[in-house]
Design a protein around this ligand. Structure first.
Ligand code: C2E
Ligand code: CA
Ligand code: CA
Length: 582
């Protein structure tokens, strides 16, 4: 493990103990450790309270005797945590060495229990070392959490806001506008000839140019406006307080002018152009996706024409009222009735020895005309439609039937089913799932559900209820796409999570990103401490597999290990496979 111990130049310890002999003995032992420890002694409860509240020393350790002359030492716990914070290591030191008091101490949130009967210098030194390690881990986790939060809100290249944040703010503004008529504009910006820069000067130069573009955009709007990179060479801006088309067009033209100015690169000067599409809210609509589509269409008109800034045209026909998802939904409904959907199985394996751990079931739609349609093309539409519960029921039924069929062949491997966030709000979901498990006669322990973090955070109370019931039934929970959304480690601690799947966007860039490696490293420590399995998605290469093993992440899934298999191929694959390496 790479976590270095914090060698605080000086560690402050508070020793709350009324027996003079015991106290001196412990002080001596603390002095004998390899660390420089400054010990503050408090021979009574009242003196301890003075130390805690009046002197404000940041103790890293508190050694606490439960039986004090002026009362029960345990009463001090709230004061300790309130005045020092949750990172303080509290060690109980008591005279009666029974297991029940040890268990009770742990329940109270005490870090370690030392019995006076077998107190040795080694034992005390070990306590200090472990406490420091624990503090370091909390620190690492917190730092990673902060970085992750930043990263989940920002585009890693330009540090502008990402698509996520942009859509979120757009939603929020649309809601607001219905209440207080606070008008705003959506600008879609697409660079012209960016591909030529990439081809001619290389990707590194292209990246630098994008960073410059971001800088110019940011510098020329107000602090309240949201500038985001949506992906590739596509940017978007939410302009607050825009009361007229002219105001929006003027700013659009100014930005185009700025972006057309030359960019200095190592290999010479680069020039690009930009096309901007504008939609106004509420004039052009108050629905987020409608506004986006209208700004987008305007942007495409700008791309084709000479005028590089275009605003949504009321009279133009853009088929806005006929989103193609309605057509698609009709077909999905039919496909559900005729049971056209099928589920492929992708193995999850142990990265060191290739041992089979389980499978993830992935939806496919073998379409009579369009061929095999991947889930990304229809899950989105499904999730926003009333068909979702039916689709989920079909997915559960189909995958469990598959499981029942191969269960005898796959040992104790599990199968994971993807569940859309919205399903947690559907009351009969858990009952239906448990009924299906029973009907197919499969062991609940073989079934795992994959949910994203957002699913748990959206409605934590309801989610907790569902997760609790699943846990009772013996069905495990995996967090999917970890790191892709808003990340909070505390959620994982609160929900009983069996597996965390690191999003493939991190794993695919593991080779060139120090951040990604440090994320994996601290997740390894974090998951170890909570007994959660950590799995990397998107393991495509042998180098990636090796790196993950070095970082301590031992479970993986990815094209380099095995592509999703048509279900019929699973028994053959299980039988035939030799040692599994990419
Ligand atoms: P996901 O849950 O993150 O599933 C993993 C996706 O990564 C799968 O795409 C898989 O084929 C792909 N993948 C696996 N290994 C690699 C790799 O090494 N490199 C790369 N680049 N990709 C890899 P797929 O099957 O297209 O599924 C896409 C998404 O659709 C899934 O993402 C999941 O969110 C959703 N989905 C799939 N099946 C279902 C389902 O039955 N119900 C629901 N609600 N969603 C589903
Ligand atoms: Ca998944
Ligand atoms: Ca995933």
């Amino acid at each position: 493990m790479e976590t270095a111990l914090i060698r605080d130049p000086e560690i402050h310890a508070l020793l709350i103990e009324d027996d003079d002999v015991d106290r001196e003995r412990l002080v001596r032992m603390l002095r004998r450790t390899a660390h420089s420890i400054r010990v503050q002694e408090a021979p009574s409860k009242s003196e301890a309270l003075t130390e805690l509240h009046e002197k404000k020393v940041l103790f890293s350790f508190v050694f606490l005797d439960f039986q004090l002359e002026d009362g029960d030492g345990r009463d001090l716990l709230p004061d300790i945590w309130e005045s020092i914070g949750p990172d303080c290591v509290v060690v109980a030191v008591t005279g009666n060495g029974s297991d029940t008091s040890a268990a009770e101490a742990i329940k109270l949130g005490i870090h370690e229990y030392l019995s006076k009967l077998d107190l040795t210098s080694d034992r005390v030194a070990q306590t200090i070392d472990e406490g420091l390690k624990w503090r370091q881990m909390r620190e690492d986790v917190r730092r990673t959490e902060e970085t992750l939060r930043h990263r989940s809100l920002h585009d890693p290249l330009t540090d502008l806001h990402n698509r996520h944040v942009f859509l979120d703010r757009l939603d929020h503004n649309c809601m607001q506008v219905r209440r207080d008529h606070h008008p705003f504009a959506v600008l879609m910006i697409d660079l012209d000839r960016f591909k030529e820069v990439n081809d001619q000067f290389g990707h590194a130069a292209g990246d630098r140019l994008l960073i410059d573009v971001a800088g110019r955009l940011r510098a020329n709007v107000r602090e309240v406006d949201t500038v985001a990179r949506l992906g590739g060479d596509e940017f978007a801006i939410l302009l607050e307080d825009v009361h007229s088309a002219d105001a929006a067009l003027m700013l659009g033209r100014k930005l185009v002018g700025l972006l057309e100015r030359p960019y200095a690169g190592d290999q010479g000067v680069m020039r690009i152009g930009a096309s901007v599409g504008v939609a106004l809210c509420p004039v052009h609509g108050t629905d987020p996706s409608l506004l986006l589509r209208r700004a987008d269409n305007a942007m495409y008109r700008a791309k084709r024409g000479i005028e590089k800034v275009q605003i949504h045209d009321h009279l133009g026909s853009d088929n806005d009222n006929q989103p193609d998802s309605i057509l698609l939904l009709g077909e999905i409904e039919q496909a559900l009735e005729t049971r056209q959907f099928t589920w492929f199985w992708q193995p999850k394996v142990h990265l060191r020895d290739g041992r089979l751990l389980g499978f993830e079931a992935l939806a496919r739609w073998p379409h009579p005309v369009h061929g095999m349609i991947p889930p990304d093309r229809f899950i989105g539409a499904l999730e926003q439609s009333p068909l979702l519960p039916r689709f989920t029921a079909v997915s559960i039924d189909c995958v469990l039937a598959q499981l029942a069929e191969v269960a005898p062949l796959i040992g104790d491997a599990t199968v994971s089913i993807n569940i859309s966030a919205r399903m947690l709000e559907s009351p009969p979901f858990v009952d239906d799932l448990l009924a299906a498990v029973k009907r197919h006669g499969v062991a609940p322990a073989r079934v795992m559900l994959e949910l994203t973090e957002t699913a748990l955070l959206g409605n934590p109370v309801q989610a907790a209820r569902v997760v609790e019931r699943l846990a009772e039934a013996g069905i495990a929970l995996a967090i999917d796409d970890f790191g892709a959304g808003f990340t909070s480690f505390s959620t994982l601690r609160d929900f009983r999570v069996k597996e965390i799947k690191i999003d493939k966007s991190y794993i695919l860039t593991l080779g060139d990103s120090r951040f990604d490696r440090s994320l994996v490293r601290s997740l390894v420590v974090f998951c170890d401490s909570l007994d959660i399995n950590l799995l990397a998605e998107g393991v495509e290469t042998e180098t990636c597999r090796q790196t993950l093993i070095e970082l301590g992440c031992n479970h993986g899934q990815g094209f380099g290990l095995c592509r999703p298999l048509p279900f019929e191929a699973v028994p053959g694959w299980v039988r035939d496979r030799g040692p599994l390496t990419p």
